[in-house]
Structure formats: structure tokens, C-alpha cells
Design a protein around this ligand. Sequence first.
Ligand code: NAD
Ligand code: MG
Length: 386
Amino acid sequence: MKHLSILGSTGSIGVSTLEIVAAYPDRFKVVAMTAGKNLELFVRQIRQFSPRIAAVASPDDVPRLKEMCSGLDIEILGGVEGLTAAATAAETEMVVAAIVGAAGLAPTAAAVRAGKDIALANKETLVTAGHLFMEMVSRYGVKLYPVDSEHSAVFQSIEGHRSQDISKIILTASGGPFRNTPFEQLARVTVRDALNHPNWSMGRKITIDSATMMNKGLEVLEARWLFDAPVEKIEVNIHPQSIIHSMVEYVDGCVIAQLGTPDMKAPIAYALSYPERIATGVAPLDLTTFSGLTFFKPDLEKFRCLALAYRAINDGESMPAVMNAANEIAVEKFLNGEIAFLQIAEVIERTMDAHRAHDLTSIEEVLQADNWGRGTALTICGGLKN
Ligand code: NAD
Ligand code: MG
């Protein structure tokens, strides 16, 4: 029996994780769960999985959640301390880090310090604090399994190989809903257009990140840290069918790829049950139903967010955390209808222009850089309206 804490249980990854847990009651037990705002779903999950601890992001929601859970034998907590308690619960062996955004960093880092293995969906942890987080993973001797489909594909494609034999990591990208939209039309796309992802069903923030291709920039950073690979060895290919989830090229010219029907349950299950493979209900792949698998290079002029991510990688130090913070603010403002699609990149770029990258030596300093990026991006967004 593997004991789990699920951070972000009400999200897209959280719900898929619980589907797997529900299918294997003899294999997985949920010790703790956390959620943001969707208390109705959270309470249904609490009733189904009977965790010992449930934590909500805002301490203000604790009284209401307590009321909704009255009569249940459960500890209800709130705020960063509550999320941390859920991430570090004594019986927990593995933490599924599925909170969205930099909000996932502190509880995930706390889980590592408490010696928990991590199934990592929250890519922002590695984007903002990559070198510190990987150092902690090695210092505390915990295992880190990628949940992001591309990184799971790379993880599966490098097993049994020597890292010095890798010549290239090729991350595939669907290209999102605007893959074929001319740049001139991007100025007018709506929130609804941007949320209409062709291949994957995901949370709103990552869906917008896919539309701007910032998601792929975040994933290059994620791969850089997870696989200790220089960024020059990480290539992005647009592959509209999302069948090859990523590939690894070796010095002898051989390329190993991982394929499958696009469904996050496959990489989640692999992270949960590694090294075993368990049935997931993911539809089998029938390649004969595809007329072709295609690949092309991304257009960095059109997808400026991807170019900005490369710039942040080159600047290094605090710049990726600041870029990530500005992106979170800009995406939220876009989703609220306050800024236009192309202004997402503008807000990020201007925030980065205003930042001088500096060394980050602790998670607290990462959170300070994140905070600075948020404040600056908010001010820039405010100025856009005038
Ligand atoms: P989501 O928005 O569907 O869910 C996010 C979860 O985090 C919810 O439970 C929400 O309540 C909680 N949350 C939100 N803000 C919070 C805060 N400030 N404090 C604490 N909890 C908070 O997101 P998702 O699509 O499930 O993505 C989760 C993470 O996984 C992201 O980092 C994303 O990039 C990554 N990821 C997702 C997918 C996918 O298919 N959805 C694929 C790869 C990677
Ligand atoms: Mg991905």
C-alpha cells in the first residue's frame, strides 16, 4: 500500500490522479488532500477517499469546510501551513504535486525536506527554483518522478541508458489552438478561442500557456533541471497530433520516443506505480487511424512567450521566477478579460526588462523574486488600460 498526499486534488491532474487511486484501492491510500476554491468538489472527494487531513489554500475557507465536513473524522487545515502539513503528513510516502503555479513551490519543497518521494506535475517548482529544488532532492535522497507528459516520455526513453550518451532531448508540442492562426489574427482571439485546446483537456492556466506556447518554455526549463541537460541540447518540435510525447536522441543517431493516446492518466500512473506499469483505461493507440504524424519547428516571432522563456533561461538566476510570476499575472488578467491575448507576452517582456537577475540561494528568496515579479506585472497591467 502506497500512502499519498495529493496537493491540488480538485484540479485536472488531481481528479485524474484520484481516478487511478479509486481503481486501485489495495495499492493506494490517500492520507491528505488539498484544494483551492472548489469546496463542493473537495468535500465529495473527502467523503469518497477519507483522508486524515484536508487543507484549503485560504485560511478564510476553513470554517466553511469544517461545517461542510461536520461529523467526519478529519483534520481540517488552511493556508500555507495547512498545505505544508498535508504535504508532510507522517504516513505519506509520496506527494502528488498538482497545485498550479508558484503556489505549489513551498509545500512541494516542504515535502522533499520531510523525505517524501514526489510525483511532480507542478512544473513551476522547477521553473522558479530548479537548481535549489534538485539539490534538495539529492540531499534528502527522495525520488522525483515527472508527471508532465513530455518529461514522463523523456524519463521513459532514457531508462537503461547512460546520460553521457544522450545527444539531444526533443520535446514535442501540440502548438495549441493557434498553431495555424496567422499572427495578425492573434490580436483579436478571445478567451474562449484560447481555452479550446485541440488535444488535451487541462486546467485553465496551462491551457492558456499552451495557446501562447509559454507552456513549452516552462517545459524546456523543467527538462533542463530534471535531466540535468544544457538548454542547447533541448529542442522543441511542434507535433500537432500529440502522439509522440517526446524523444531522446543518442550519440549513435538512434532516437527513442514514447507514444500513446494523449491522456494524463498514463504519465500519472507511471509516476505513482514506477517501476511497475498498471492498467489505466487509456484508449489503446491505433497508428493505422492516423494519416500521418507531422513535425515542424516553432515560430518564435509568432509565439513570443517561447522566445521570452529562452531569454529567461539564458539570463538565469532569478529571471525564470520573475518571468513565471509575470506570466501567472498576465494569464489571470487575460482570463478575466482585462488584457488582450498578445498583451500576455508584452506584460511578461516588460516585467523582465525591469528586472535585474540576481542569485537565488533559498526557497524564501525564490518566493521574494516571485512576489516582485507579480507586483511589477500588476503595475504594468494597470498601465495598459490607461
Ligand atoms: P488546475 O487549475 O486544474 O488545478 C489546480 C489545483 O491547484 C486545484 O486543485 C486548485 O484548487 C489548486 N490551487 C489553485 N491555486 C492554488 C493556490 N494558490 N494554493 C493552493 N492550491 C491552489 O490545474 P492543472 O491543469 O491540474 O495543473 C496542475 C499543475 O500540473 C500545473 O502546474 C500544470 O502546469 C501541471 N500540468 C498539468 C497538466 C494537465 O493536463 N492538466 C499536464 C502537465 C502538467
Ligand atoms: Mg506537458
